[in-house]
Design a protein around this ligand. Structure first.
Ligand SMILES: Nc1ncnc2c1ncn2[C@@H]1O[C@H](COP(=O)(O)OP(=O)(O)O)[C@@H](O)[C@H]1O
Ligand SMILES: [Mg+2]
Length: 159
């Protein structure tokens, strides 16, 4: 016997009711990334600590079938790795507009760390080793589970 599986319904958020969009913080290849705040008591109980989160909204307001497929795939993969500390944490999603809600990582991407001069980072070999190790560990976990990232670049490790 086998059990049929589905992405759980509790991951489906309601825009404006469960969270409010704040300012835009980045723009990716497929989506605009906004800081958002979880406001409904029900959703607040699921995030321990800060109500701040990220709302990643698909750029195309009228997405093609392929864009919807890759949006759904991203949610499924994030859900698959939900217990891992190596991947960005999925909190939920909305379908209209197509939005992924996830944990906000305050320090931004590796790109911000390298190119934002104001951060005053001391680039010790220990720090560089730790960053490389985290990337290698995440990739190894993906590969062990039959996934390939295929888009490793300085914007994708988030801290
Ligand atoms: N959860 C997050 N916390 C903080 N910054 C994020 C988060 N997700 C994305 N970002 C920022 O947004 C940028 C683009 O996000 P990304 O997921 O790569 O979008 P896309 O899939 O459209 O390329 C990242 O490089 C990073 O700077
Ligand atoms: Mg990207």
């Amino acid at each position: 016997m086998v059990l049929e599986l589905a992405i759980p319904g509790f991951l489906q958020y309601k825009p404006d009711q469960d969270y409010k969009i704040r300012q835009q913080i980045a723009r990716g290849g497929t989506a605009t990334i906004f800081l958002a705040k979880i406001i409904s008591p029900e959703m607040k109980t699921r995030v321990n600590g800060s109500p701040l989160c990220i709302a990643k909204i698909l750029l195309n307001k009228d997405p093609t079938k392929e864009e919807i497929a890759s949006f759904s795939q991203e949610i499924s993969i994030m859900w698959y790795f939900r217990s891992s500390k190596n991947f960005a944490k999925l909190l939920g999603f909305t379908t209209s507009p197509a939005t992924i809600i996830m944990k906000h990582y305050q320090r931004g991407s590796l790109s911000d760390l390298i190119y934002n001069d104001q951060q005053n980072i001391s680039w010790t070999s220990h720090l560089i080793f730790c960053l490389l190790k985290d990337i290698a560990t995440g990739l190894r976990e993906m590969h062990d589970n039959g996934f390939a990232h295929c888009d490793i670049k300085v914007h994708h490790p988030i801290l």
